[in-house]
Write a protein that binds this ligand. Structure first.
Ligand code: P53
Length: 477
């Protein structure tokens, strides 16, 4: 028991994404999306980074998003389990191609709208506040093949229509919105993040920043609309965060870490402050990048900044300015040098609870806006007993340490934090690898990398632990 308290009304819960749990990829009038055609296995990384053009299914690969964990048919059972843990909030995302199957239609697909309405009502039944990501690595394939994804300015119009539809239909049911999941992912996995694919000889950096500009303006338009349609709406941006440390005290390493941090904060600098930072304009100048940016775009960015800043945190990162130092950590789209002071997960993600406090303070110092930790957790191999029970003390340990440092950031440092949602409260498909084996959940799902299993849900040891954490508002960890 600690006398250091989380604020009253703190939103504890869990976070998911449509393509990683819904399945039912061809039901309810849903159209094909970029994430559907991303298989598990070796080729995945080439596909999600836009290096390998792979726009449809084939027989050689297994596509985990087709069925995922079948939340589409089992959401009542799953939300009941979240409610049993006492969730105050549930983060989920909209499958864009459920609402606009091709993306460029004028009228939405009623079946898709009705599905999410039911999901939100189910949450409300248990006083669970939905926290909705409008796009989480998700774009209708038709918008990729016909328009080239977010490189195309036409995307602004399609995204605006999506937002207007959602804000109007779910008025009163949803108040917390995130515009783009991990918006900085566009630089690292551009096909997954923005439906981008590169032709040979193309200036990739130019394409990525043009697409990023479109997303940033689209995010501002969403914020404008959300506030117009319902003044109760709160809109957040979302960053794949994790502060960079210098590899040594050598000034050039500190400088390298600062450069790396800026590459990520660039997006949030625009969404939270309303203008392009000088360091970015200078970079573009240096690299000969010329972007199509209108006066109207700049006015939108300036006038419609976000209400809060949300982020995912799994690990801190390390940078070096010394070209000889190259030993990278494994298994993460965000390449980082190894930090010798930290342990790592089975997937090579380094574990740094204090790094969460550091990241919280860095973001708070930079923006002075309320924050929301919308992802954190440990991807691990679980071995269930015959009842599907998993003794996942490693997961409890990871989360406990992170929740402690987050509490310190609030009670000792005074950062303003709205809530905390762990990633994948129920096991789901990994975004980075497409595996089921990389599990984050409090709830075990019987399904393997090849799609075998009954899909049965069972509680792990961490289920009761997290329930107690929420019941005591973080006093007992
Ligand atoms: P998986 C890489 C680095 C940081 C965050 O990731 C990332 C990724 C993508 O691998 O993505 C977020 O499933 C993302 C979720 C994702 C989660 O991290 O690869 O928002 O969709 O599932 C965990 O272990």
């Amino acid at each position: 028991m600690s006398d250091k308290q989380f604020p009253e009304g703190f939103l504890f819960g869990g976070a998911t994404a449509a393509n990683q749990l819904e399945g039912a990829y061809n039901e309810g009038g849903r159209g094909l999306a970029n994430v559907d055609v991303s298989p598990v296995g070796e080729d995945r990384i080439k596909i999600i980074t836009g290096q390998l053009k792979h726009f449809d299914f084939d027989d050689e690969h297994f596509y985990p998003a087709k069925e995922a964990i079948d939340f589409y048919h089992r959401y009542k059972e799953d939300i009941a389990l979240f409610a049993e843990m006492g969730f105050k909030t549930f983060r989920m995302s909209i499958g864009w191609s459920r609402i606009f199957p091709k993306g460029d239609e004028l009228e939405p697909n009623e079946e898709g709208l009705a599905f999410y309405e039911d999901v939100f009502k189910e949450c409300r039944k248990y006083d669970i506040e939905p926290l909705v990501t409008i796009t989480h690595f998700d774009i209708p394939m038709h918008l990729v093949t016909e328009y080239g994804g977010w490189r195309n300015r036409k995307m602004l119009e399609f995204y605006e229509r999506l937002c207007r539809t959602l804000f109007t239909r779910y008025k009163g049911l949803v108040n917390y919105w995130l515009t783009f999941n991990e918006i900085n992912m566009i630089l690292h996995a551009p096909f997954m993040g923005a439906g981008l694919y590169f032709e040979e000889g193309e200036n990739e950096t130019q394409v990525k920043y043009q697409a990023a500009h479109h997303e940033l303006v689209a995010s501002a338009i969403a914020t404008k609309l959300a506030h117009e349609i319902d003044p109760e709406n709160k809109v957040g941006c979302m960053l794949a965060a994790g502060q960079y440390y210098p590899n040594t005290a050598h000034p050039r390493d500190y400088w390298a870490a600062m450069q790396e941090d800026r590459e990520n904060y660039f997006f949030i600098d625009v969404q939270a402050r309303g203008y392009y930072p000088n360091y970015a304009k200078k970079k573009w100048e240096r690299e000969g990048i010329e972007l199509d940016i209108t006066e109207e775009d700049l006015a939108l960015l300036r006038d419609y900044t976000v209400d809060f800043v949300s982020f995912s945190y799994y690990s801190s990162r390390v940078a070096s300015g010394d070209p000889e130092v190259t030993e990278k950590t494994a298994g993460n789209i965000f390449a980082s040098l190894k930090n010798p002071y930290l342990d790592a997960s089975e997937w090579g993600w380094q574990i740094d609870p204090l790094g969460l406090r550091i990241t919280l303070n860095a973001i708070w110092d930079r923006y002075q806006k309320p924050m929301f930790i919308v992802e954190n957790g440990l991807g691990a191999v679980d071995t269930p007993d015959e009842n599907g029970y998993v003794e996942d003390d490693y997961r409890i340990d990871y989360l406990r340490q992170h929740i402690k440092t987050m509490r310190d950031a609030i009670t000792e440092d005074g950062v303003e934090l709205l809530g905390y949602t762990t990633w994948g409260p129920i096991d789901l498909v990994s975004a980075g690898t497409g595996e089921m084996k990389k599990r984050y959940g409090f709830i075990y799902v019987d399904r393997d990398n090849a799609g075998k299993g009954t899909l049965k849900r069972s509680k792990k040891k961490s289920f009761d632990w997290y329930k107690k954490v929420i019941a005591t508002n973080g006093a007992e960890l």
